[in-house]
Design a protein. Sequence first.
Length: 127
Amino acid sequence: MLNTPIITKLFFVAILSGFITLYIVADETSHATKQQEINKLEKFAYANCLYGYFKKHKYDSKDILNIAGSFVETGTSSFEVYQDIADYIDNFQTSKKTKQNIDPDLLKCFYLDEDQELKNIISKAVN
């Protein structure tokens, strides 16, 4: 005859390991989803920066505006997050200089990935 306490313990262990597995899978999915949103917010920041440069110089900015808009449409962050990023980009200045005297409004777009404050805004939005 089967030992009922052993079967009960094995059943409990099986259930517990199932919950642990579900928790780990959910955590990994959550991390992947957060990383996808971080990537979208970073790309929005770059597109928004380039849009500001295009607009300042009266270049055709329709495509870059559509690109920025696509990140808003497919993202999960609130409108306020995108507005905070756009406001920050408008006021962001880089201290980098070039020998060719590149327009600072264009140059700053290529140094956004080094800016800790932008990283903080994005990190706060997804956590």
